[in-house]
Ligand binder design. Sequence first.
Ligand SMILES: *Cc1c(COP(=O)(O)O)cnc(C)c1O
Length: 366
Amino acid sequence: MSKYWNKKINEAEPYVAGEQPKAGVKIIKLNTNENPYAPSPKVAESLAQFDISELRLYPNTDGGELVQAIADREGVKPTQVFCGNGSDEVLALCFQAFFEKEGNTDLPVLTPEFSYSFYPVYESFYDIRAKKIPLREDFRLDASDYAGVPNCGIAIANPNAPTSRAISLDDIAFICKSNPDSVVIIDEAYAYFAEPYETAVSLLPEFPNLCVVRTTSKSYSLAGLRIGYAIASEELIEGLKRARDSFNSYPTDRLAQKIAAVAIRDEEYHKKCRERLIATRKYTEDALRALGFTMPESAANFVFAKPPKGVPAGLLYKKLREKGILVRYFDKDVLRDYLRITIGTDEEMRALAEACTEEIKNVQNS
Ligand SMILES: *Cc1c(COP(=O)(O)O)cnc(C)c1O
């Protein structure tokens, strides 16, 4: 609390990001869903060739060559692409541009009961009413729960975080069709880790109310660069640009635009990393299940795993931390029974499995 802060800031409940350990501390970091592999080697080439005098000039407000790279990759028009400083910023602008303020229509935004924990932060910060839609057994999202519920918009992460489960394109089409007057945000931060890969971008010709949000942070190994983007109808993209230009006309810088464009165009490297990660996820699921963990089938670069009976997730989280392995633990209703574990390299996941084996034995013998 501060007397210098306004009421809104005094009352805000900001998002709490996963811990970033100090440089130089040896730690296995499986807590914020970063990619264990380096970005495309073409990024280094591009950086070496970068003409620093370019930095004198403001960047292209829309993202320049980056927009073209995304449009080419996704098979859409450049006017259907909006770039921002990470998808968190793109999502924040979506909530401001498309969802109603309290006291306006008073209709809520619908989000799954357990989903990306930034959504409630935006809702409260932008005075948007919210309604959480319960998930079914084993965190399954049932699309029919999103029909016939009055709302001013819908936001769903697909695959969902932290549950790791995905819904089908048919489900997304059903939700868009059932809510023609609302914008439906599909947050595809983890889409490239689903097997088989599918994207709601393919539904855009049918649904002008669909807004697909993606990021280079996870599958392109560029969390440090801060590039996220929305792909939608020109009408929605224009709305996002109006919101952006009421706040900051240059959300993405020249270096980031260049680097992200190079990484997005290197499809071969992206595919290789994706396949490697999916194989390691399979190994991790098998190893943890063999130890008695239960978890939904993951379509993301993390698993949402419940430790075996008698081993509290909070305790295991602490024990792993003492061993230098960081995973994510949400000390909240229902979620507190689970650990969200990012998929790292094979070596890191072997170390995780070994540490779990040891700690589970310790707990069961004590
Ligand atoms: C990681 C994540 C984001 C944020 O990505 P940035 O582009 O790094 O801001 C958005 N949505 C979900 C569901 C995420 O897990």
